[in-house]
Design a protein around this ligand. Structure first.
Ligand SMILES: *Cc1c(COP(=O)(O)O)cnc(C)c1O
Length: 226
């Protein structure tokens, strides 16, 4: 657990360093990606002041949310969304980052309970090569945004992306700049959007350089997943 706290401080430092180096005006939020790690570890970070946690598997995430005694934590669903899991996600999570199909938008509207308040929604943009496995194109992104914006149980917050893995900073920046541009275009229609979720353990510096407001870090906080 000492290791975990050291990792937490190191990741926070990396974020601060990137903010300074790239002259960014505000520090992005750290989303601690806790998938495949035990609730115990989540609680250790919660005691250090971490509030936002990300999960990629609906059932696993819901079990943690139910068992968690700290009700002040904020839970983000960031994984691929199967239609038959939308009801669970819409019932338990505060945010969803990985909305890439209109069908999922409609199911979120159908299943988000009014007593849970508006669900915060990010639309996942496809970046990188044509056959990149996840995310919507720009037209689909705009079509989904209109429906989310009109829904009274959803809150359109912005854009998320998962670029293809790359070790090259310039290539990483190319992907993230594309997402930043899409975010800015969406903002001309929906000026209230405020969230650009991009950057993970291996590319958070490039993401911060390109305007990320949320970095999603798993491995460099919690260690390797099983
Ligand atoms: C697992 C995951 C992460 C965290 O990735 P690391 O490389 O472990 O930091 C971030 N975003 C999404 C969507 C993920 O599924």
């Amino acid at each position: 657990m000492k290791q975990l706290i050291d990792n937490f401080r190191a990741v926070k430092n990396r974020i601060e360093l990137a903010v300074k180096r790239h002259n960014v005006s505000s520090t992005p939020l750290l989303l601690a990606v806790s998938k495949k790690h035990l609730l115990e570890k989540i609680m250790v970070l919660a005691e250090q002041g971490q509030r936002d946690f990300g999960e990629s598997y609906a059932q696993e995430g819901v079990e943690k949310i139910e068992q968690c005694t700290d009700k002040s934590l904020i839970w983000h669903f960031i994984g691929p969304i199967q239609s038959n899991k939308v009801k669970l996600i819409a019932t338990y999570f505060d945010w969803v980052h990985s909305v890439e199909r209109m069908k999922v938008v409609n199911l979120l509207i159908k299943h988000r309970p009014s007593e849970a308040g508006r669900m915060n929604v990010l639309l996942q943009l496809k970046v990188g090569d044509e056959d990149s496995k996840s995310g919507a194109g720009l037209d689909e992104l705009f079509a989904m945004a209109a429906v989310v914006d009109a829904a009274d149980n959803l809150n359109l917050r912005g854009v998320m992306c998962i670029p293809p893995p790359s070790d090259d900073f310039t290539q990483q920046q190319g992907y993230f700049n594309a997402a930043y541009e899409a975010f800015e275009r969406l903002k001309t229609t929906y000026p209230y959007i405020d969230t650009l979720s991009m950057g993970m353990s291996g590319d958070l510096e490039a993401a911060i350089a390109c305007g990320s407001t949320v970095v999603r870090v798993g491995t460099d906080l919690f260690g390797q997943r099983q």
